[in-house]
Design a protein around this ligand. Structure first.
Ligand SMILES: [Cu+2]
Length: 470
């Protein structure tokens, strides 16, 4: 066993072996053939597995009830994430996926250690938020719904356990999934590592828009801001699915970020069970070999990777998202752009300096239409023809506030109306929709009307041009 890996030997290992990783959890790795732990969908758990998971969360919560600073309690772990600028979670960089993978590992270890033997085999179940929910809006296990649970899992659960997974600040309206697996799979398996996972200048394609949108628009409440998100117990299952998507990409390609400082801040270094835990990115690259877990996962659909995959329009790819956003206050930002000289191949539309706001999360849709055509987002035909993409932000109290360019790829073959238009002037209309159900601790109320939103945008500055085809 080698738990005293030095940075030097880790680096040498990386240099010598290229994309291979340094074995870290030798103890875990050596016994993995016998006991590789498995993370399952929360909807696929047996009644006993669900009860043990609920029980572990409940006991962790009880431990922090009188003193939130007690080590290895529920508050201890949510504070690892929610600690605020410069301290807690990593967002907006190549550390995003690795940091959250490490945090989930520590949390899972804490659940297993809290009350064995009942909790000794618990793993964090994931919430596959690309599937229609088993409850009204979430997996039924998170909905404080005794009848729904009995129907799904075949028996009753104690009321206090059911309530353990619920958070009353969440939005609870019935809804279907916003993102399809086809879309997430495209994000996971297309592009290079930086495009997928993030880089030193900002977010990758998994973090934004889908991760951000799910935090602030789908779940809302405490999940809308990085300083409160992990208090909501759905956070752990939500992020375990993010981790699964990275793992899914890794079934095809194993990569490491090219960082010089690969440390992960705030990691305790020792798990609740007393074994060494990861503190660097290099220690969390391979789930099975380094951390001892894998995923039980079957994609929702066999996803075609044919060259025609890029032909889908936004409205076909994410049909629910655009329709859902129309329900909340919105305002538009307009930009004139010159049409590309030729539409002979895919085009990139670059939106300059898209900044995270400080006081409210938003979801924004980008339309490109001939200047003479009215903007009609409520008209499905208009959306189908001219809606080309989206971006979103939740509330992140972090250092990264300079803004970065967001580029949206447009395949002209999917938008014949656009490439056939004779005009050399195009209108880019960005419809900004504010999320409304925000954490109670925020200083300013959420925008509730388009006028509030305009004021909030002025105060916060979301987008500064230029907007142009590249
Ligand atoms: Cu998150």
């Amino acid at each position: 066993m080698n738990f005293t890996l030095t940075r030097r030997s880790a680096l040498q290992g990386l240099i010598l072996t290229g994309t291979q990783t340094v074995p870290f959890f030798s103890a875990v790795a050596s016994s993995k053939a016998a006991s590789l732990r498995s993370r399952k969908s929360i909807d696929a758990l047996s009644a006993d597995e669900l009860e043990n998971f609920m029980h572990a969360i409940k006991r962790l919560k009880e431990r922090s009830e009188t003193d939130p600073s007690v080590p290895n309690s529920y508050a201890f772990y949510y504070n690892m994430h929610n600690a605020g600028p410069g301290l807690g979670c990593e967002h907006g960089s190549y550390r995003f996926l690795a940091w959250h993978r490490a945090m989930l590992f520590y949390f899972e270890e804490a659940m297993r250690a809290i009350d064995p033997p009942k909790t000794k085999d618990v793993t964090i179940p994931y919430w596959n938020w690309t599937l229609p929910p088993s409850g009204r809006r979430y997996p039924v296990a998170f909905e404080n719904d005794a009848d729904g649970l009995r129907t799904k899992y075949g028996r009753t659960f104690p009321t206090d356990l059911i309530q353990t997974l619920f958070d009353e600040d969440r939005t609870t309206d019935a809804a279907s999934a916003l993102y399809t697996w086809s879309y997430i799979n495209g994000v996971a398996r297309g592009g290079d590592y930086e495009t997928f996972a993030g880089h030193d200048r900002g977010k990758g394609g998994l973090e934004s828009p889908s991760h951000d949108t799910m935090h602030s628009r789908y779940v809302q409440g405490k999940m809308s801001a990085d300083t409160t998100a992990a208090e909501d117990p759905i956070f752990w299952s939500f992020h375990t699915f993010i981790d699964l998507v990275w793992w899914w990409r890794q079934q095809k390609v194993i990569e490491q970020p090219s960082c010089t400082d690969c440390g992960l801040r705030g990691m305790p270094g020792t798990t609740a069970g007393g074994i060494p835990g990861p503190t660097t990115i290099a220690q969390v690259i391979k789930c099975e070999e380094q951390l001892g877990y894998s995923y039980e996962f079957i994609p929702a659909a066999i996803v075609s990777l044919s060259p025609d995959a890029g032909l889908r329009r936004f409205s076909e790819e994410l049909p629910g998202l655009a329709a859902e956003a129309l329900k909340s206050p919105s305002t538009t930002l307009r930009f004139r752009v010159s049409s590309p000289r030729t539409w002979s191949g895919p085009q990139k539309l670059a939106l300059g300096a898209v900044r995270p706001p400080r006081s409210f999360p938003y979801l924004a849709f980008v339309y490109v239409h001939p200047a003479g055509i009215d903007f009609k987002p409520g008209d499905p035909e208009f959306r189908d023809r001219y809606l080309v993409g989206h971006f979103s932000e939740w509330i992140v109290a972090h250092e990264h506030h300079e803004g970065s360019a967001t580029t949206i790829a447009i395949d002209p073959r999917a938008y014949p109306e656009l490439s056939a238009s004779q005009t050399s002037d195009l209108q880019v209309t960005v419809a900004v929709h504010a999320a409304t159900n925000l954490p109670k601790k925020l200083p300013r109320p959420a925008p509730r009307s388009p006028a509030d939103l305009v004021a909030a945008i002025r105060a916060d500055v979301i987008i500064v041009g230029p907007v142009k085809f590249e």
